[in-house]
Design a protein around this ligand. Structure first.
Ligand SMILES: [Zn+2]
Length: 301
């Protein structure tokens, strides 16, 4: 059994916001950006923007520049040059090789249609030739993974039931999300991850990867998702309205309201963020999976 995270360590706070360029920012992604920014700044920490552009088929042309511009309009500027995952493929390949050397990964030729929700580890002992089409999976080792999230509280996941051997390199040759995000979080010394509650269930995979890279899993704060009136997550795919660049003050205050923080009256986004940083109280955020906005909370199971 592995218990991850715990009280904060002594390292200076480094946080990040990591959008994927599948479309422009919408209100849901702004909420995540604002929460991660305020949490880092209120701890005198640094805040980095990382573009998760590892999936060219899903990328929307022009979205990267648009996202960076939208963040800037809202006063949200990365403390380091923005890291683009697409420029780091050799780094991910190197990380993959270190997992290979530790016998932590294996080739899998199974089609997605051959198993239900959780991959049952069928190819663990199979000898799949390099030349055959295959994905690469991580050999998970913990029967139970437990984690205490700063907002959502305690959760335990069971191997075979809640998680299984996950893909680190896809059959189409693209590095998988879990590998890249953990490699980058470790490389950038991220000390606390603030992100949407839909990613809470990435904890087992990411905890396993952190352990494989002999690094402590960071603290996490999973904030509720912004849900539309239909109860579905606002997403670029569901054509959530793009944020208006005309009223960043209104957008920022709406995000603060969603997070149960005090609004700030100022025409200047930078000033709103400065005061919101001073007022920041993450304990006031509703510990739910999602909030229909404006309206009620939906709880995490
Ligand atoms: Zn398989």
């Amino acid at each position: 059994m592995l218990v991850t995270a715990g009280p904060s360590n002594l390292a200076p706070y480094i946080g990040r916001f990591a959008p994927s360029p599948t479309g422009p920012l919408h209100f849901g992604s702004l909420v995540t950006a604002v929460a991660s920014y305020l949490d880092a700044k209120s701890a005198n920490g640094q805040w980095f923007v990382r573009m998760e552009d590892l999936d060219p088929p899903r990328e929307v042309v022009g979205a990267k520049k648009l996202i960076v511009d939208q963040l800037k309009t809202h006063g949200l500027v990365s403390d380091q040059p923005i890291l683009y995952q697409s420029a780091r493929l050799s780094f991910y390949e190197d990380r993959l090789q270190s997992l290979e050397a530790a016998a932590k990964i294996y080739r899998c030729s199974c089609a997605r249609s051959t198993y239900d929700n959780i991959y049952p580890g069928r190819c663990r002992a199979a000898e799949i030739p390099q030349t055959a089409p295959h994905a690469i999976r991580f050999r998970t080792s913990q029967p139970v993974i437990k984690h205490l999230d700063l907002l959502q509280g305690f959760k335990a996941w069971r191997y075979g039931q809640d998680y299984g051997d996950f893909v680190v390199k896809r059959k189409d040759g693209l590095h998988a999300y879990q590998l890249a995000v953990v490699a980058d979080d470790i490389d950038q010394n991220i000390t606390r991850i603030v992100r949407g509650a839909d990613l809470f269930d990435s904890t087992p995979a990411q905890t396993e990867l952190y352990a494989a890279f002999a690094t402590r899993y960071p603290e996490t704060l999973h904030i509720p998702l912004v849900l539309g009136q239909d109860g579905e997550k606002l997403s670029k795919q569901s054509r959530a309205p793009t944020l208006s660049g005309q009223s960043p003050q209104t957008n920022l205050n709406e995000a603060l309201k969603f997070l149960n923080q005090s609004p700030v009256q100022s025409p200047d986004p930078a000033e709103i963020l400065r005061q919101a940083t001073l007022n920041w109280q993450p304990s006031r955020i509703s510990p739910s999976w999602g909030r229909i906005w404006p309206s009620k909370d939906l709880m995490l199971d």
